[in-house]
Design a protein around this ligand. Structure first.
Ligand SMILES: Cc1ncc(COP(=O)(O)O)c(C=O)c1O
Length: 393
């Protein structure tokens, strides 16, 4: 099979929508990812238990690769089932003190709110709210508001790298610097960013990053990644630990009698949070999905996607759909969202586009276009035509 190439759907021969713009929701699986999944299930079918031993090396190699991709060492990487599991592991695992303040944001996807509110309830923390949308209106003022709260004392700030409904890329580097200055920890839900823009946790000053792999990473649902900065690992309390969280936790299965103990120390790496068996199918899918992203390069993918969005945006405004995409390049992500006029029913509009072969979604009432590397600029006229007839009809 030929290599992934920007603007080519060759890896997606079964994709039904003529124009697929839902990568911010769920990405379709490419042929290489499907092959990797099939090869893995074939292997399990043939080998059963013996396959487990093979997987240990593969998983260790993937941990290294994911670490390089995200700017951390392998010991900072844990595999999870989704973004939520990563967020919950951190929310439940910090050595909280009663009264600690947690800065969260109105407008965020609920996955990055509920676990912090649960932690607040269980550990008697004080949630502090700011508006995420105010970053879009005036980023300088937003950062001042954040700093005011940090001065009052914040233990952890939890934010998404990209807001799910507007596609606004939050100022993560500036937030990282502010958190560092005021002794707070920075948690980032990166699911709307990782895979479509470069994201280096160390460079950005991110202490914890949680992502799911089914959106911009273009892998399977049910798999995610959590990273924990090395300097945060020592203080971490693995309250969700289980049998594979222990050092030498497998010896009692493979090395005879006398190794069954419950007091082995915990592994001092992020994988302490994995607890039990992981899915090699998900690992293999992610490994294959990374091949395309790495070979194309995240800068090139981001530029490609934004060229696509640049071509569509003026038409949206002409049709009375108000783009909320940032005019500043560094606040753009892969998504282009717009507000629709009051007289248009968004569910009808999404349905009409779908019937015309254009797959989009409408998170929180915004019409969202989310192209990725396989989308071609030639698709834009078809999307415009579909919008024109849907809005006329
Ligand atoms: C910002 C954000 N966080 C989290 C999620 C999903 O979380 P999970 O991977 O736990 O389903 C989504 C979208 O589904 C999202 O847009």
């Amino acid at each position: 099979m030929s290599q992934a190439s920007l603007g080519s759907r060759e890896h997606f021969p079964d994709l039904e929508a003529a124009v697929y713009l839902n990568h911010a929701a769920i990405s379709p699986l490419s042929l290489p990812v499907r092959d990797a999944i099939r090869r893995t299930t074939d292997r399990i079918a043939a080998k059963g238990m013996a396959h487990y031993h093979e997987t240990l090396d593969l998983r260790a190699a993937l941990r290294e690769r994911v670490g390089r991709f995200l700017g951390v060492g392998a010991s900072s990487v844990a595999f999870t089932s989704n973004t939520s599991q990563g967020i919950t592991a951190v929310a439940m695992g910090l050595p909280w003190r009663r009264g600690d303040r947690v800065l969260i944001f109105e407008g965020e996807f609920p996955a990055n709110v509920t676990p912090w509110l649960e932690a607040a309830r269980l550990f008697e923390l004080e949630p502090v709210w700011l508006s995420a949308h105010s970053a879009m209106e005036d980023e300088g003022r937003f950062l001042d508001q954040v700093e005011d709260e940090l001065r009052r004392g914040v233990r952890l700030l939890a934010v998404s790298a990209v807001q799910f409904q507007t596609g606004y890329a939050m100022p993560i580097r500036a937030l990282g610097a502010l958190c560092k200055r005021h002794g707070a920890e920075l948690f980032v839900d990166g699911i709307q960013a990782v895979g479509v823009m470069p994201f280096d946790c160390t460079d950005l000053g991110v202490d914890y990053l949680a992502v799911g792999c089914h959106k911009w990473l273009m892998s399977l649902e049910g798999s995610g990644i959590l990273t924990i900065a090395p300097e945060r690992l020592a203080a971490f309390e693995p309250r969700l630990a289980s049998w594979l969280s222990h050092q030498d936790g497998l010896r009692f299965l493979f090395e005879g009698a006398g190794h069954l103990r419950y007091d082995r120390p915990f592994i001092e790496e992020a994988l302490v949070l994995e607890g039990g068996m992981q899915s090699m199918v998900h690992n293999a899918a992610l490994d294959a999905a990374l091949d395309a992203l790495e070979s194309l390069g995240l800068d090139a993918i981001n530029a490609h996607v934004n060229r696509w969005n640049d071509a569509l945006e003026p038409h949206l405004n002409r049709l009375g759909l108000q783009s909320v995409r940032s005019s500043r390049l560094d606040s753009r992500s892969g998504s282009l969202s717009c507000r629709i006029p009051d007289h248009v029913a968004i569910t009808d509009l999404v349905q009409a586009l779908d019937s015309a072969g254009v797959a989009v979604s409408s998170p929180d009432g915004h019409l969202r276009f989310a192209p990725h590397w396989p989308n071609h600029l030639d698709e834009v006229p078809r999307v415009v035509e579909a919008l024109e007839s849907a809005l006329e009809g």
